[in-house]
Design a binder for this molecule. Structure first.
Ligand SMILES: [Zn+2]
Length: 462
Protein backbone atom coordinates (compact mmCIF):
# COMPACT_ATOMS: atom_id res chain seq x y z
CA UNK A 1 0.00 0.00 0.00
CA UNK A 2 1.16 3.49 -0.81
CA UNK A 3 1.60 5.17 2.55
CA UNK A 4 0.89 8.88 2.36
CA UNK A 5 1.61 11.73 4.71
CA UNK A 6 -1.71 13.37 5.50
CA UNK A 7 -2.50 16.41 7.61
CA UNK A 8 -6.03 16.94 8.90
CA UNK A 9 -7.18 19.84 11.05
CA UNK A 10 -10.25 21.36 12.60
CA UNK A 11 -10.49 25.11 12.94
CA UNK A 12 -9.36 26.37 16.32
CA UNK A 13 -12.32 27.88 18.18
CA UNK A 14 -12.28 31.07 20.22
CA UNK A 15 -12.35 30.33 23.89
CA UNK A 16 -14.72 33.12 24.93
CA UNK A 17 -17.35 30.60 25.99
CA UNK A 18 -17.82 26.90 26.61
CA UNK A 19 -17.99 24.59 23.59
CA UNK A 20 -21.42 23.95 22.10
CA UNK A 21 -22.72 21.12 19.95
CA UNK A 22 -21.35 22.74 16.76
CA UNK A 23 -17.81 22.35 18.09
CA UNK A 24 -18.52 18.69 18.79
CA UNK A 25 -19.76 18.27 15.20
CA UNK A 26 -16.55 19.62 13.69
CA UNK A 27 -14.33 17.51 15.95
CA UNK A 28 -16.26 14.34 15.18
CA UNK A 29 -16.29 14.93 11.42
CA UNK A 30 -12.55 15.56 11.29
CA UNK A 31 -12.01 12.55 13.54
CA UNK A 32 -13.80 10.24 11.09
CA UNK A 33 -11.51 11.44 8.31
CA UNK A 34 -8.38 11.01 10.44
CA UNK A 35 -9.37 7.50 11.53
CA UNK A 36 -10.38 6.56 8.00
CA UNK A 37 -7.12 7.74 6.41
CA UNK A 38 -5.16 5.90 9.14
CA UNK A 39 -7.15 2.71 8.46
CA UNK A 40 -6.10 3.05 4.84
CA UNK A 41 -2.49 2.77 5.97
CA UNK A 42 -1.49 6.42 5.80
CA UNK A 43 0.61 8.43 8.21
CA UNK A 44 -1.91 10.93 9.55
CA UNK A 45 -1.31 13.98 11.70
CA UNK A 46 -4.57 15.29 13.09
CA UNK A 47 -4.46 18.69 14.78
CA UNK A 48 -6.95 20.67 16.81
CA UNK A 49 -6.59 23.37 19.44
CA UNK A 50 -7.79 26.76 20.61
CA UNK A 51 -7.62 30.31 19.23
CA UNK A 52 -6.71 32.44 22.21
CA UNK A 53 -5.32 35.75 20.99
CA UNK A 54 -8.55 37.44 19.97
CA UNK A 55 -10.11 40.59 21.31
CA UNK A 56 -13.29 38.62 21.85
CA UNK A 57 -11.52 36.52 24.46
CA UNK A 58 -10.19 39.66 26.16
CA UNK A 59 -13.66 41.18 26.32
CA UNK A 60 -15.14 37.97 27.68
CA UNK A 61 -12.46 37.83 30.38
CA UNK A 62 -13.06 41.48 31.31
CA UNK A 63 -16.76 40.83 31.61
CA UNK A 64 -16.20 38.26 34.34
CA UNK A 65 -13.31 40.21 35.86
CA UNK A 66 -10.73 37.52 35.26
CA UNK A 67 -7.14 37.83 34.12
CA UNK A 68 -7.08 37.06 30.38
CA UNK A 69 -4.40 34.37 30.52
CA UNK A 70 -6.26 32.54 33.29
CA UNK A 71 -9.59 32.91 31.53
CA UNK A 72 -8.37 31.48 28.23
CA UNK A 73 -6.53 28.62 29.96
CA UNK A 74 -9.66 27.70 31.89
CA UNK A 75 -11.73 27.59 28.71
CA UNK A 76 -9.06 25.92 26.61
CA UNK A 77 -9.01 23.12 29.20
CA UNK A 78 -12.72 22.54 28.60
CA UNK A 79 -12.19 22.24 24.83
CA UNK A 80 -9.31 19.87 25.48
CA UNK A 81 -11.53 17.84 27.77
CA UNK A 82 -14.18 17.66 25.03
CA UNK A 83 -11.69 15.99 22.67
CA UNK A 84 -11.15 13.31 25.32
CA UNK A 85 -14.85 12.87 26.09
CA UNK A 86 -15.70 12.46 22.39
CA UNK A 87 -12.83 10.02 21.84
CA UNK A 88 -11.23 12.28 19.24
CA UNK A 89 -8.00 10.82 17.88
CA UNK A 90 -6.10 14.10 17.44
CA UNK A 91 -2.32 13.81 17.59
CA UNK A 92 -1.84 17.24 19.09
CA UNK A 93 -3.71 20.14 20.63
CA UNK A 94 -2.30 23.61 20.03
CA UNK A 95 -2.96 26.66 22.22
CA UNK A 96 -2.12 29.87 20.42
CA UNK A 97 -1.44 31.98 23.52
CA UNK A 98 0.70 29.40 25.27
CA UNK A 99 2.54 27.28 22.73
CA UNK A 100 6.00 28.67 22.09
CA UNK A 101 6.15 26.87 18.74
CA UNK A 102 3.01 28.73 17.71
CA UNK A 103 4.22 32.17 18.73
CA UNK A 104 7.57 31.65 16.99
CA UNK A 105 5.89 30.06 13.97
CA UNK A 106 3.43 32.96 13.56
CA UNK A 107 6.29 35.45 13.68
CA UNK A 108 8.26 33.35 11.23
CA UNK A 109 5.35 33.33 8.77
CA UNK A 110 5.15 37.11 9.11
CA UNK A 111 8.82 37.43 8.18
CA UNK A 112 8.37 35.10 5.21
CA UNK A 113 5.59 37.34 3.85
CA UNK A 114 7.36 40.62 4.60
CA UNK A 115 7.76 41.52 0.92
CA UNK A 116 3.96 41.83 0.77
CA UNK A 117 3.54 43.77 4.00
CA UNK A 118 3.27 47.56 4.13
CA UNK A 119 2.12 50.22 6.60
CA UNK A 120 -0.97 52.27 5.97
CA UNK A 121 -3.18 54.79 7.72
CA UNK A 122 -6.62 53.27 7.82
CA UNK A 123 -10.20 53.87 8.80
CA UNK A 124 -12.56 50.92 8.78
CA UNK A 125 -15.48 49.15 10.40
CA UNK A 126 -14.45 46.31 12.69
CA UNK A 127 -16.76 43.53 13.91
CA UNK A 128 -15.31 42.06 17.10
CA UNK A 129 -17.65 39.08 16.76
CA UNK A 130 -16.04 38.19 13.43
CA UNK A 131 -12.65 39.62 14.37
CA UNK A 132 -12.66 41.19 10.94
CA UNK A 133 -12.93 44.51 9.18
CA UNK A 134 -16.21 44.36 7.34
CA UNK A 135 -17.27 46.10 4.17
CA UNK A 136 -20.12 48.57 4.26
CA UNK A 137 -21.75 46.46 1.52
CA UNK A 138 -21.70 43.33 3.71
CA UNK A 139 -23.80 44.94 6.43
CA UNK A 140 -27.52 44.43 6.92
CA UNK A 141 -29.17 47.56 8.38
CA UNK A 142 -25.74 48.66 9.57
CA UNK A 143 -25.22 45.39 11.45
CA UNK A 144 -22.96 42.43 10.77
CA UNK A 145 -24.84 39.66 8.97
CA UNK A 146 -23.09 36.97 11.08
CA UNK A 147 -23.77 38.94 14.26
CA UNK A 148 -27.22 40.51 14.12
CA UNK A 149 -27.58 43.21 16.73
CA UNK A 150 -23.89 44.07 16.62
CA UNK A 151 -22.88 47.32 14.97
CA UNK A 152 -19.23 47.19 13.93
CA UNK A 153 -17.04 49.88 15.51
CA UNK A 154 -15.21 52.46 13.47
CA UNK A 155 -11.45 52.14 13.86
CA UNK A 156 -8.85 54.64 12.75
CA UNK A 157 -5.19 53.77 13.06
CA UNK A 158 -1.94 53.01 11.32
CA UNK A 159 -1.65 49.24 10.65
CA UNK A 160 0.36 46.81 8.67
CA UNK A 161 -1.39 45.55 5.57
CA UNK A 162 -0.98 42.39 3.58
CA UNK A 163 -1.05 42.78 -0.21
CA UNK A 164 -3.70 40.15 -0.88
CA UNK A 165 -4.79 41.87 -4.11
CA UNK A 166 -1.54 40.71 -5.74
CA UNK A 167 -2.72 37.11 -5.47
CA UNK A 168 -6.25 37.52 -6.78
CA UNK A 169 -5.73 35.81 -10.15
CA UNK A 170 -3.63 33.03 -8.70
CA UNK A 171 -6.14 32.20 -5.94
CA UNK A 172 -9.02 32.35 -8.36
CA UNK A 173 -7.30 29.84 -10.67
CA UNK A 174 -6.34 27.48 -7.86
CA UNK A 175 -9.95 27.27 -6.69
CA UNK A 176 -11.54 27.23 -10.11
CA UNK A 177 -9.25 24.40 -11.30
CA UNK A 178 -9.81 22.61 -7.97
CA UNK A 179 -6.15 22.56 -7.07
CA UNK A 180 -7.68 23.63 -3.83
CA UNK A 181 -10.85 21.59 -3.61
CA UNK A 182 -13.61 23.32 -1.70
CA UNK A 183 -16.47 21.03 -0.65
CA UNK A 184 -19.41 21.48 -1.09
CA UNK A 185 -19.69 23.06 -4.53
CA UNK A 186 -21.93 25.87 -3.21
CA UNK A 187 -19.11 27.02 -0.92
CA UNK A 188 -16.65 26.93 -3.80
CA UNK A 189 -18.97 29.13 -5.86
CA UNK A 190 -19.46 31.48 -2.94
CA UNK A 191 -15.69 32.02 -2.81
CA UNK A 192 -15.34 32.45 -6.57
CA UNK A 193 -18.09 35.09 -6.42
CA UNK A 194 -16.33 36.81 -3.54
CA UNK A 195 -13.07 36.92 -5.51
CA UNK A 196 -14.96 38.39 -8.48
CA UNK A 197 -15.83 41.45 -6.39
CA UNK A 198 -12.09 42.12 -6.13
CA UNK A 199 -9.69 41.08 -3.38
CA UNK A 200 -8.56 43.92 -1.17
CA UNK A 201 -5.41 44.12 0.90
CA UNK A 202 -6.25 43.53 4.54
CA UNK A 203 -4.99 44.81 7.86
CA UNK A 204 -2.83 42.27 9.67
CA UNK A 205 -1.99 44.19 12.82
CA UNK A 206 -3.52 46.46 15.40
CA UNK A 207 -2.10 48.83 17.95
CA UNK A 208 -1.04 47.31 21.24
CA UNK A 209 -3.61 49.56 22.85
CA UNK A 210 -6.54 48.35 20.75
CA UNK A 211 -5.38 44.76 21.24
CA UNK A 212 -5.46 45.50 24.99
CA UNK A 213 -1.90 44.30 25.23
CA UNK A 214 -2.94 40.75 24.33
CA UNK A 215 -1.67 38.73 21.40
CA UNK A 216 1.50 38.07 19.43
CA UNK A 217 3.87 40.95 18.83
CA UNK A 218 4.70 41.99 15.27
CA UNK A 219 8.36 41.10 14.63
CA UNK A 220 10.45 44.26 14.83
CA UNK A 221 7.63 46.54 16.02
CA UNK A 222 6.62 46.18 19.65
CA UNK A 223 3.91 48.84 19.27
CA UNK A 224 1.82 46.50 17.08
CA UNK A 225 0.13 43.18 17.74
CA UNK A 226 -0.60 40.69 14.98
CA UNK A 227 -4.15 40.49 13.67
CA UNK A 228 -5.64 37.42 15.35
CA UNK A 229 -6.45 35.66 12.07
CA UNK A 230 -2.90 36.06 10.79
CA UNK A 231 -1.59 34.33 13.89
CA UNK A 232 -4.42 31.81 14.18
CA UNK A 233 -4.17 30.47 10.63
CA UNK A 234 -0.49 29.76 11.07
CA UNK A 235 -1.37 27.27 13.84
CA UNK A 236 -1.76 24.53 11.24
CA UNK A 237 1.86 24.79 10.18
CA UNK A 238 3.11 25.42 13.70
CA UNK A 239 1.37 22.38 15.12
CA UNK A 240 2.58 20.05 12.36
CA UNK A 241 6.00 21.64 11.88
CA UNK A 242 6.95 23.52 8.71
CA UNK A 243 9.09 20.63 7.51
CA UNK A 244 6.29 18.07 7.77
CA UNK A 245 3.80 20.52 6.31
CA UNK A 246 5.99 21.00 3.26
CA UNK A 247 6.43 17.25 2.80
CA UNK A 248 2.77 16.33 3.29
CA UNK A 249 1.05 14.53 0.43
CA UNK A 250 -2.31 15.94 1.40
CA UNK A 251 -3.46 18.81 3.61
CA UNK A 252 -7.12 18.89 4.62
CA UNK A 253 -8.88 21.59 6.63
CA UNK A 254 -12.31 20.93 8.15
CA UNK A 255 -14.05 24.21 8.98
CA UNK A 256 -17.44 25.85 9.49
CA UNK A 257 -19.07 27.86 6.72
CA UNK A 258 -18.62 31.18 8.52
CA UNK A 259 -14.84 31.14 8.10
CA UNK A 260 -14.56 29.97 4.51
CA UNK A 261 -13.04 33.25 3.28
CA UNK A 262 -10.26 33.14 5.82
CA UNK A 263 -9.24 29.64 4.79
CA UNK A 264 -9.92 29.69 1.08
CA UNK A 265 -8.66 33.19 0.35
CA UNK A 266 -6.61 34.96 3.05
CA UNK A 267 -4.74 31.86 4.16
CA UNK A 268 -3.95 30.90 0.58
CA UNK A 269 -2.62 34.40 -0.14
CA UNK A 270 -0.38 34.28 2.92
CA UNK A 271 1.01 30.88 1.95
CA UNK A 272 1.60 31.87 -1.68
CA UNK A 273 3.47 34.93 -0.47
CA UNK A 274 5.60 32.88 1.92
CA UNK A 275 6.33 30.24 -0.72
CA UNK A 276 4.76 27.54 1.41
CA UNK A 277 2.63 24.65 0.18
CA UNK A 278 -1.10 25.33 0.06
CA UNK A 279 -3.88 23.06 1.37
CA UNK A 280 -5.48 20.53 -0.97
CA UNK A 281 -8.96 20.37 0.47
CA UNK A 282 -11.21 22.65 2.49
CA UNK A 283 -14.20 20.66 3.73
CA UNK A 284 -16.96 22.87 5.02
CA UNK A 285 -19.75 21.91 7.37
CA UNK A 286 -22.87 23.90 8.10
CA UNK A 287 -24.46 25.07 11.31
CA UNK A 288 -26.64 23.18 13.74
CA UNK A 289 -29.93 24.62 14.81
CA UNK A 290 -31.65 23.47 17.98
CA UNK A 291 -35.35 22.68 17.65
CA UNK A 292 -35.21 24.58 14.38
CA UNK A 293 -33.71 27.73 15.87
CA UNK A 294 -30.24 29.24 15.57
CA UNK A 295 -28.08 28.51 18.61
CA UNK A 296 -27.70 31.68 20.62
CA UNK A 297 -26.86 32.57 24.16
CA UNK A 298 -29.77 35.00 24.36
CA UNK A 299 -32.24 32.26 23.41
CA UNK A 300 -30.61 30.02 26.00
CA UNK A 301 -30.80 27.06 23.63
CA UNK A 302 -27.13 26.07 23.53
CA UNK A 303 -26.78 22.32 23.85
CA UNK A 304 -23.95 21.27 26.13
CA UNK A 305 -22.12 18.38 24.47
CA UNK A 306 -20.81 17.20 27.85
CA UNK A 307 -24.32 16.70 29.19
CA UNK A 308 -25.35 14.82 26.05
CA UNK A 309 -22.35 12.52 26.33
CA UNK A 310 -23.05 11.90 29.98
CA UNK A 311 -26.66 11.10 29.33
CA UNK A 312 -26.46 9.01 26.15
CA UNK A 313 -22.82 7.98 25.76
CA UNK A 314 -20.27 9.37 23.36
CA UNK A 315 -20.82 6.89 20.57
CA UNK A 316 -24.49 7.82 20.43
CA UNK A 317 -23.55 11.51 20.25
CA UNK A 318 -21.01 10.80 17.52
CA UNK A 319 -23.61 8.83 15.60
CA UNK A 320 -26.28 11.51 15.81
CA UNK A 321 -23.95 14.26 14.62
CA UNK A 322 -22.59 12.16 11.78
CA UNK A 323 -25.90 10.71 10.61
CA UNK A 324 -28.53 13.37 11.26
CA UNK A 325 -26.50 16.43 10.22
CA UNK A 326 -25.60 16.43 6.50
CA UNK A 327 -21.79 16.70 6.53
CA UNK A 328 -21.63 19.81 4.39
CA UNK A 329 -25.03 21.35 5.07
CA UNK A 330 -27.06 22.66 7.95
CA UNK A 331 -28.86 20.31 10.31
CA UNK A 332 -30.99 20.30 13.39
CA UNK A 333 -30.76 18.89 16.87
CA UNK A 334 -33.70 18.07 19.06
CA UNK A 335 -33.93 15.60 21.90
CA UNK A 336 -36.85 13.84 20.22
CA UNK A 337 -34.84 13.32 17.06
CA UNK A 338 -31.87 12.19 19.08
CA UNK A 339 -33.88 9.55 20.90
CA UNK A 340 -35.55 8.42 17.66
CA UNK A 341 -32.16 7.97 15.97
CA UNK A 342 -30.78 6.23 19.01
CA UNK A 343 -33.60 3.75 19.38
CA UNK A 344 -34.16 3.22 15.68
CA UNK A 345 -30.61 3.01 14.35
CA UNK A 346 -28.47 2.08 17.31
CA UNK A 347 -30.59 0.07 19.77
CA UNK A 348 -32.88 -1.67 17.25
CA UNK A 349 -30.49 -1.49 14.32
CA UNK A 350 -26.87 -2.13 15.12
CA UNK A 351 -27.18 -3.23 18.75
CA UNK A 352 -30.00 -5.67 18.18
CA UNK A 353 -28.49 -7.21 15.03
CA UNK A 354 -25.07 -7.65 16.68
CA UNK A 355 -26.53 -9.20 19.77
CA UNK A 356 -28.84 -11.62 17.89
CA UNK A 357 -26.18 -12.74 15.46
CA UNK A 358 -23.46 -13.25 18.03
CA UNK A 359 -25.77 -15.10 20.42
CA UNK A 360 -26.71 -17.51 17.62
CA UNK A 361 -23.10 -17.87 16.53
CA UNK A 362 -22.02 -18.78 20.03
CA UNK A 363 -24.88 -21.24 20.52
CA UNK A 364 -24.25 -23.09 17.24
CA UNK A 365 -20.46 -22.51 17.15
CA UNK A 366 -20.83 -20.82 13.80
CA UNK A 367 -17.93 -18.39 13.65
CA UNK A 368 -16.37 -19.62 10.39
CA UNK A 369 -16.47 -16.58 8.16
CA UNK A 370 -17.56 -16.75 4.56
CA UNK A 371 -17.03 -14.32 1.70
CA UNK A 372 -19.61 -11.52 1.65
CA UNK A 373 -19.60 -8.34 -0.40
CA UNK A 374 -17.45 -5.51 0.90
CA UNK A 375 -19.14 -2.27 1.89
CA UNK A 376 -17.62 0.51 -0.17
CA UNK A 377 -17.99 3.92 1.41
CA UNK A 378 -14.50 5.26 0.63
CA UNK A 379 -15.59 7.52 -2.20
CA UNK A 380 -18.32 9.02 0.00
CA UNK A 381 -15.81 9.72 2.76
CA UNK A 382 -13.37 11.34 0.30
CA UNK A 383 -16.26 13.52 -0.85
CA UNK A 384 -17.09 14.47 2.74
CA UNK A 385 -20.49 12.76 2.63
CA UNK A 386 -20.18 11.07 5.99
CA UNK A 387 -23.94 10.93 6.57
CA UNK A 388 -24.42 9.19 3.23
CA UNK A 389 -21.72 6.68 4.13
CA UNK A 390 -23.72 5.79 7.23
CA UNK A 391 -26.86 5.39 5.15
CA UNK A 392 -25.03 2.82 3.00
CA UNK A 393 -23.78 0.91 6.06
CA UNK A 394 -27.26 0.84 7.60
CA UNK A 395 -28.70 -0.49 4.36
CA UNK A 396 -26.39 -3.48 4.67
CA UNK A 397 -27.44 -3.87 8.30
CA UNK A 398 -31.09 -3.88 7.28
CA UNK A 399 -30.41 -6.50 4.61
CA UNK A 400 -28.58 -8.64 7.16
CA UNK A 401 -31.53 -8.30 9.50
CA UNK A 402 -33.97 -9.30 6.79
CA UNK A 403 -31.77 -12.24 5.85
CA UNK A 404 -31.87 -13.82 9.29
CA UNK A 405 -35.55 -13.01 9.73
CA UNK A 406 -36.29 -14.83 6.46
CA UNK A 407 -33.98 -17.77 7.09
CA UNK A 408 -34.83 -18.21 10.79
CA UNK A 409 -31.58 -20.00 11.67
CA UNK A 410 -32.72 -20.22 15.32
CA UNK A 411 -35.28 -22.76 14.12
CA UNK A 412 -33.12 -24.62 11.61
CA UNK A 413 -29.79 -24.27 13.43
CA UNK A 414 -28.27 -23.86 9.97
CA UNK A 415 -24.60 -23.06 10.60
CA UNK A 416 -24.02 -21.69 7.11
CA UNK A 417 -26.75 -19.07 7.49
CA UNK A 418 -25.38 -17.98 10.84
CA UNK A 419 -21.83 -17.79 9.46
CA UNK A 420 -23.05 -15.56 6.70
CA UNK A 421 -24.79 -13.27 9.20
CA UNK A 422 -21.58 -13.10 11.29
CA UNK A 423 -19.64 -12.22 8.15
CA UNK A 424 -22.05 -9.40 7.32
CA UNK A 425 -21.77 -8.12 10.89
CA UNK A 426 -18.00 -8.17 10.61
CA UNK A 427 -18.05 -6.12 7.40
CA UNK A 428 -20.38 -3.62 9.04
CA UNK A 429 -18.12 -3.31 12.10
CA UNK A 430 -15.00 -2.86 9.96
CA UNK A 431 -16.60 -0.12 7.89
CA UNK A 432 -17.96 1.58 10.98
CA UNK A 433 -14.60 1.83 12.74
CA UNK A 434 -13.89 5.49 11.94
CA UNK A 435 -17.44 6.47 12.97
CA UNK A 436 -18.08 4.36 16.07
CA UNK A 437 -14.64 3.10 17.13
CA UNK A 438 -15.76 1.58 20.42
CA UNK A 439 -18.87 -0.29 19.30
CA UNK A 440 -16.96 -1.64 16.29
CA UNK A 441 -14.13 -2.80 18.49
CA UNK A 442 -16.49 -4.68 20.81
CA UNK A 443 -18.15 -6.45 17.89
CA UNK A 444 -14.85 -7.35 16.21
CA UNK A 445 -13.40 -8.59 19.49
CA UNK A 446 -16.40 -10.85 20.05
CA UNK A 447 -16.07 -12.27 16.53
CA UNK A 448 -12.34 -12.85 16.94
CA UNK A 449 -12.81 -14.47 20.34
CA UNK A 450 -15.75 -16.54 19.07
CA UNK A 451 -18.06 -15.32 21.77
CA UNK A 452 -21.22 -13.30 22.21
CA UNK A 453 -21.30 -9.64 23.28
CA UNK A 454 -20.34 -9.17 26.89
CA UNK A 455 -22.82 -6.30 27.20
CA UNK A 456 -25.74 -4.97 25.23
CA UNK A 457 -24.69 -2.25 22.80
CA UNK A 458 -26.95 0.78 22.99
CA UNK A 459 -29.68 -0.41 25.37
CA UNK A 460 -33.04 1.00 24.34
CA UNK A 461 -34.10 4.35 25.78
CA UNK A 462 -37.65 4.88 26.96
ZN1 LIG B 1 -19.55 39.83 12.74
Amino acid sequence: MNKKKIFISTAIPYVNARPHIGHALELVEADVLARFYREQGNEVFFLTGTDENSLKNVQAAEKVGEEVAKFVKRHADVFFDLTKKLNISNDDFIRTAEDKRHIEGAQNLWRLTEKDIYKKDYTGLYCVGCEEFVRESDLVNGECSEHPGQKPEEVHEENYFFALSKYEDKINKLIDKEEIKIVPEARKNEILNFIKTGLQDFSISRSRERAKNWGIEVPGDSSQIMYVWFDALSNYINGYGLDDWQKADKVIHVIGKGINRFHSVYWIGMLLSAGIRIPDEVLIHGYITVDGQKISKSLGNTVDPFLLIEKYGREAVRYYLLREIPSSGDGDYSEEKFIARYNGDLANGLGNFASRVLTLAKKYEAFDLIEVSKIDVASLIYEFKLNEALVVIWKVLAEGDKYINDEKPWESGDVKTISKAVSILKEVALTLKPFLPEASELILEAINNKTNLERLLFPRLN
